[in-house]
Design a protein around this ligand. Structure first.
Ligand SMILES: CCCCCCC/C=C/C(=O)SCCNC(=O)CCNC(=O)[C@H](O)C(C)(C)COP(=O)(O)OP(=O)(O)OC[C@H]1O[C@@H](n2cnc3c(N)ncnc32)[C@H](O)[C@@H]1OP(=O)(O)O
Length: 718
């Protein structure tokens, strides 16, 4: 709703009320229509201020309403009516003015904001465009070039930037509503024609077409199949080339196409998934709402390889003191040079004037005795990690939280060698750890609610999307990745090339296919993990069946040939020397694959992109169903957030579990059965019991899966 009050000096104050972000629900829109009418009709009112309750102007249209029929007054005529009012209307912006919230403010005649306010048109991130006149008013106010940037990226900008761009008329460090009230009194009676943005011409650079073509090309390249950014450019072309009314028609038509698209549904699902995962719970009943984490002010990181360095930077950026320990002198010397530079760069990228935290480098484990939390980030080797944990147990007090940055090892085994197993949790970071948004918080069977809450809160402080997961090999992300990678290798055995596999996955929307990604991260990484699992290495039988199932030794052989990827200039592709970035097809790989197939009596066949996608993606999704059934992830949203934020799953496809629902669970089941029939020696292709149950239960939408999962769970860790 919206409340109305009359202030001294003939000012009407309209306050939007819909906590927590004053989203423009049907009730709020009705409230605005009614209160604006009242202000218009009241002869004692000469001017109007619109603000939001609780220091938040407006977070935009109410996204939850998009799932059902749109009721209540529509936004476009509501904003148009405000613009047409013949008394000055000022938007007093505190907190946020996003999406429809900013569009509402653009319909006002003036905009005044608090210096800490954030503004933006993020509709593109929800698969939409600013269809309440935003694509037509903003370019008329700030020019085509700046509007293209804001609308196609959806980025939030500070009040200072908004002032510079001309979106705001004034910015204050004090109360924005008070200033707006004073301001509107001072402009009462002045002509408003030039303040009505819909009546202005759109300032454009001389060569509009080439600018629009350039931006369209950039957007298509960046968005990898996403529809909304392309529609935004089309709407802005209309703003630049057509009268306002026709531009609005174009905006409406483009929105109509986007609004009901699968991509919009996927992106809105991704928005809510990101928020759902913060609300973790454990089988004991402990959850985000009833458990208190510790506030950490001093932490340590053990091991200063690539991961450890990134973790130090991520921690330091929160402002805490960090003891960074590395026992190898050479590595320590390199890290103490590299880490401050990384910190400086990252602080700059986040527009922080000075890097906040204090880092102390040390080669002595004893130096962590005073910290409140330790993150071990040594090599992924259980014996080594156990050694470090035993050492930490003797050096640190019994109340210190001990965390491991493992990508899949048993946290309970590590907890067992400490004095307080309840204070042990996994914190699985993704490289580069100071940049990547995902953090898997691994809850062992003995991890206490306090330990989980502390790790989840710390993740949030570091700006991560933290997802609580259960303690199983590979946790959630890497466990699902295994069958995906395995299928990619099998496809090479059967006749595909690395390019064909990568192209199919990149066409789907991944930023990189599996082989390009493997070259980037280094083939030795996977090789070491497989060696640790006893799948490869000296003494392991070199057959295509290992540990009772089909195995492809192809990546081991490429790695053992010294082809470690980009860092050696050769891997699945060739590069212009070590460290090169541009992947080119390598005749060596094709000869190698032919020789391998001949050696094993395999006849190459032509493989369609559809089969590549089905085999790789459905094997991964199938493992997701097993994970849900075993309660290693609390719900499909958790898996989807992990894949979107940690594994490059295209956001406009929602995540693997959401995607399965979009494809149709029956279809996914049928294709898995088909591929399993053709490859009975691949257990990962055998459809999960949960998937079968969901299909038998009528393939409910993803939001309803939990009802089935809870009936079907085999263990319960989350
Ligand atoms: C044919 C129809 C035509 C319609 C015309 C359409 C034109 C306009 C379209 C839009 O405006 S689309 C919406 C654009 N706005 C956004 O994208 C903003 C989304 N929200 C945020 O970015 C953040 O929530 C925030 C506003 C920056 C606040 O962040 P904070 O970290 O403080 O809180 P959160 O945990 O994110 O959110 C709290 C709570 O509020 C819910 N929520 C937030 N925004 C909306 C919204 N616009 N609609 C509905 N609900 C919203 C969020 O889900 C959280 O809820 P819970 O998870 O706690 O239940």
């Amino acid at each position: 709703m919206a409340t109305y009050s009359r202030l001294p000096g003939s000012v009407a104050l309209i306050t939007l009320q819909n906590p927590p972000v004053n989203a423009l629900s049907a009730a709020v829109r009705q409230g605005i229509v009614d209160t604006v009418q009242r202000a218009l009709k009241d002869p004692k009112v000469t001017s109007v201020v619109i603000c939001g309750q609780n220091g938040r102007f407006c977070g935009g249209a109410d996204i939850r309403e998009f799932a059902g029929p749109m009721l209540g007054p529509p936004l476009v005529p509501m904003i148009h009516a405000i613009e047409a009012v013949d008394k000055p209307v000022v938007a007093a912006i505190e907190g946020v003015a996003l999406g429809g919230g900013l569009e509402l403010a653009l319909g006002c005649h003036y905009r005044i904001a608090h210096s800490k306010a954030l503004l933006g048109l993020p509709e593109v991130t929800l698969g939409l465009l600013p269809a309440a006149g935003g694509t037509q008013r903003l370019p008329r106010l700030i020019g085509l070039t700046a509007a293209l940037d804001l609308i196609t990226t959806g980025r939030h900008i500070s009040a200072a930037e908004a002032l510079k761009l001309g979106i705001l008329d004034q910015v204050t460090d004090s109360n924005a509503v008070d200033l707006a009230v004073d301001f509107v009194r001072s402009v009462a009676g002045q002509p408003l024609d030039s303040r009505r943005l819909s009546t202005l011409a759109c300032p454009c650079p001389p060569d509009v077409d080439s600018l629009l073509d350039k931006v369209m090309a950039q957007v298509r390249q960046r968005s990898r199949g996403a529809l909304a950014p392309v529609a935004c450019v089309q709407a802005l072309r209309a703003a630049a080339t057509l009268p306002y009314t026709q531009g609005m028609e174009k905006e409406r038509d483009l929105m109509a196409t986007l609004f009901n698209s699968g991509q919009a549904r996927a992106l809105q699902y991704a928005f809510f998934s990101q928020r759902v995962v913060g609300k973790w719970s454990l089988p004991s009943g402990a959850n985000w709402n009833n458990s208190t984490g510790r506030t950490i002010s001093k932490a340590a990181v053990i091991g200063l390889g690539t991961m450890g360095r990134g973790i130090v930077v991520a921690l330091a950026l929160t402002g805490m003191s960090v003891v960074a320990v590395e026992t190898q002198e050479k590595q320590l010397a390199e890290a103490s040079q590299a880490v401050p530079a990384m910190l400086q760069r990252e602080a700059g990228r986040r527009s922080l004037a000075t890097p906040p935290g204090v880092i102390t480098f040390s080669s002595n484990l004893q130096d962590v005795s005073e910290v409140e939390l330790v993150i071990e980030a040594v090599f992924e080797n259980m014996a080594l990690k156990l050694q470090v944990f035993r050492h930490l147990a003797s050096v640190c007090g019994p109340g210190t939280l001990l965390c491991s940055n493992t990508s899949g090892l048993d946290m309970d085994q590590l907890a067992a060698v400490t004095k307080s197993p309840a204070l042990v949790v996994g914190m699985h970071f993704f490289a580069p750890a100071h940049v990547m948004k995902l953090l898997e918080v691994v809850c062992g069977p003995r991890s206490s609610p306090e330990a989980v809450a502390t790790a989840m809160q710390l993740g949030k402080r570091m700006g991560k999307v933290s997802v609580a997961v259960g303690n199983c090999p590979g946790f959630v992300g890497n466990r699902m990745l295994k069958p995906y990678l395995e299928q990619a290798n099998f496809l090479l055995e059967e006749g595909a090339t690395p390019q064909q596999v990568d192209e199919a996955l990149e066409e789907f929307g991944f930023p990189m296919g599996v082989f390009r990604m493997s070259d980037l991260s280094g083939l030795d990484v996977g090789w070491r993990i497989r060696k640790e699992a006893g799948l490869t290495g000296p003494g392991v039988e070199p057959s295509r069946t290992r540990q009772g199932r089909r195995y492809s030794p192809l990546p081991d052989q490429v790695c053992e040939a010294g082809r470690l990827g980009q860092k050696t200039g050769r891997g699945w592709y060739q590069y212009d020397g070590p460290g090169g970035r541009v992947a080119r097809s390598d005749p060596w790989v094709h000869i190698f694959l032919e020789a391998y197939r001949a050696q094993h009596g395999l006849v190459a066949r032509s493989i369609a992109p559809e089969e590549i996608l089905e085999r790789c993606l459905y094997a991964l999704i199938n493992e997701g169903f097993n994970i849900l059934q075993e309660a290693m992830a609390a719900g499909p949203e958790h898996i989807d957030a992990i894949y979107v934020f940690g594994y490059g799953w295209p956001r406009h496809r929602g995540g693997p579990m959401f995607h399965a629902g979009q494809v149709g669970l029956g279809r996914v089941l049928e294709r898995l059965e088909h591929h399993h029939h053709n490859h009975p020696d691949v257990p990962h292709l055998e459809p999960s019991t949960l998937l079968r149950r969901l299909v038998a239960g009528g393939s409910p939408p993803v939001q309803k899966w939990r009802e089935f999962i809870n009936k079907d769970r085999v263990h319960s860790q989350l």
